[in-house]
Ligand binder design. Structure first.
Ligand code: ATP
Ligand code: PAF
Ligand code: BAL
Length: 293
């Protein structure tokens, strides 16, 4: 069973016996763990000797009117799940422990990459992620940290944070873990009613369909926009309210258009966020253009 620490000083002391001798991995989470989180731990175990899972529902990344109060907090069952994958430590601090002053006057801002996609509909969200992840990195000082590709923008922002603040930490992106019907696992899936849960896999199906359309033939800006518009209609008809459906480079830059309006990139990513009832679902899918085009 993993050892649980609620205080920064005790967590740091425990890690002293490992530091320098064993490779330490951090898996940051907000708890209410599912198979997606457990895969992050399994991946971390493959790259490190000691795995710490942090469980902290971080208030600074929730906006006004968001689900901070109702976010599921399930520490006992999380501990049981982490025992099954052999996690070594759980770091589960209180809000006071993490934030002596709330909101913290110190900011970690990610710039342009954070002002698009999820950052547009959740202003300040990535500032909150930036500060809490910086704090976790400083407290744990891991050799590596694992984040899921489901939250692709978050992963890109954390890679930028590590580069810009010179953290000596390797960042590993873990593939999206899905239910059998293709729905990306997420703690917020439990906000779906039974009827909505039947519809939810359409999100991934729509991404796969769009990816297939875009991967074949010469891809012009017009054809890309038409396929995006058609997919937006398809999702809206299925009952989703689309927050965004966009195509970006793997670094989350804009797609470039050459003369003749053809798309330059041969590999790019489709990203979507869409509401279904009370749940805001995220997903993404990479597209690689078939070689002959
Ligand atoms: N299905 C998944 N596949 C891979 N990684 C995942 C998956 N779901 C969550 N993660 C990763 O787990 C880490 C912790 O995420 P978090 O605790 O917010 O879980 P979540 O299921 O994404 O919850 P939420 O519903 O709040 O988005 C993040 O790095 C996230 O990308
Ligand atoms: C990285 C994280 C644990 C920071 O609170 C959170 O944003 C999440 O669960 O993805
Ligand atoms: N997994 C992302 C955390 C959040 O939605 O706040």
């Amino acid at each position: 069973m993993p050892i649980i620490y609620h205080h920064i000083s005790a967590m740091r002391t425990a890690l002293q016996t490992h530091r320098g001798q064993q490779r330490i991995a951090l898996v940051p989470t907000m708890g209410n763990l599912h198979k997606g989180h457990l895969e992050l731990v399994t991946l971390a175990k493959q790259h490190a000797d000691i795995v710490i899972v942090s469980i902290f529902v971080n208030p600074t990344q929730f906006g006004e009117g968001e689900d901070f109060d109702s976010y599921p907090r399930t520490l006992d069952s999380d501990v049981a799940k982490l025992t099954s994958v052999d996690a070594d430590y759980i770091f589960a601090p209180s809000i006071d422990e993490m934030y002596p002053v709330l909101p913290p006057p110190t900011c970690v801002l990610a710039g342009a990459i954070a002002n698009q996609l999820c950052g547009q509909s959740r202003p300040g969200h990535f500032d909150g992620v930036g500060i809490v992840v910086s704090k976790l990195f400083n407290i744990i000082q891991p050799d590596l940290a694992v984040f899921g590709q489901k939250d692709y923008q978050q992963l890109a922002i954390i890679k930028q944070l590590v580069r810009d603040l010179s953290y000596p930490i390797e960042i590993i992106g873990a593939p999206i873990v899905r239910a059998d019907d293709g729905l990306a696992l997420s703690s917020r899936n439990q906000y779906l009613t039974n009827a909505e849960r039947q519809i939810a896999p359409v999100l991934h199906q729509a991404l796969q369909r769009l990816a297939q359309q875009l991967a074949t033939g010469k891809l012009s800006q017009q054809r890309m926009q038409a396929s995006l518009a058609e997919t937006r209609r398809y999702l809206t008809d299925a009952g989703f309210t689309i927050d965004y459906l966009e195509i970006k480079t793997d670094q989350l830059g804009s797609i470039t258009t050459a003369e003749g309006s053809n798309i330059v990139e041969k590999r790019f990513i489709i990203l979507v966020a869409a509401w279904l009832g009370r749940a805001r679902l995220l997903d993404n899918e990479f597209v690689t253009i078939n070689k002959q085009f």
